[in-house]
Design a protein around this ligand. Structure first.
Ligand SMILES: Cc1cc2nc3c(=O)[nH]c(=O)nc-3n(C[C@H](O)[C@H](O)[C@H](O)COP(=O)(O)O)c2cc1C
Length: 152
């Protein structure tokens, strides 16, 4: 990505979420700013996985994944920068459809993977939403200019 495009994208606010799955008996999770809804009928949602980092592999090879909405910067930082194998050690979670759901999430959904589309150096991971749950009210965060920021 050119420096100009990076600079422009820094000025584009994006929602953030933690996507998780269970892969080869290990819990996997990462922070993404590419989650979005895709279709209402059927109910589909997507995120992008960076293939240069192998971020697609666990989701490509699993049947289910979860998307967790959190207003906690520490959780977002943990799932972006902590060593991958340590991320769930300090996290409260429960398993639903075999994938971890973060207890601290203010909302979450469970998806069944339906399609993986490789485009450039990323993969579009598409899932059918099979369960949604609003847990509590929250002040969401957006990622803007390299930081997580409150919007209200
Ligand atoms: C704000 C933010 C958004 C991110 N969005 C994505 C994303 O949409 N897709 C992706 O594959 N990686 C994304 N990443 C990077 C992953 O979180 C990171 O590569 C993943 O947790 C694996 O960690 P590692 O690269 O240290 O192995 C994002 C990172 C940050 C800080």
């Amino acid at each position: 990505m050119s420096e100009e495009l990076k600079g422009l994208m820094r000025r584009f606010p994006l929602g953030v979420a933690v996507v998780t799955t269970k892969w080869r008996d290990k819990l996997v999770g990462m922070t993404v700013n590419t989650f979005n809804s895709l279709s209402m009928s059927p109910p589909l949602a997507l995120f992008l996985a960076d293939r240069t980092r192998g971020n697609d592999v666990p989701f490509r090879e699993s049947e289910f994944f979860s998307v967790n909405l959190t207003d906690d910067k520490d959780i977002l930082n943990t799932f972006a920068v902590s060593p991958v194998e340590t991320r769930f050690r300090k996290m409260k979670y429960e398993l639903e459809e075999g994938v971890p759901v973060l207890t601290e999430a203010y909302a979450y959904m469970i998806l069944r993977k339906v399609q993986v589309i490789d485009v450039g150096d990323h993969s579009i991971i598409v899932g059918e939403v099979i369960k949604t749950r609003m847990v509590r009210d929250a002040d969401p965060l957006v990622y803007y200019d390299r930081d997580y920021r409150k919007i209200c």
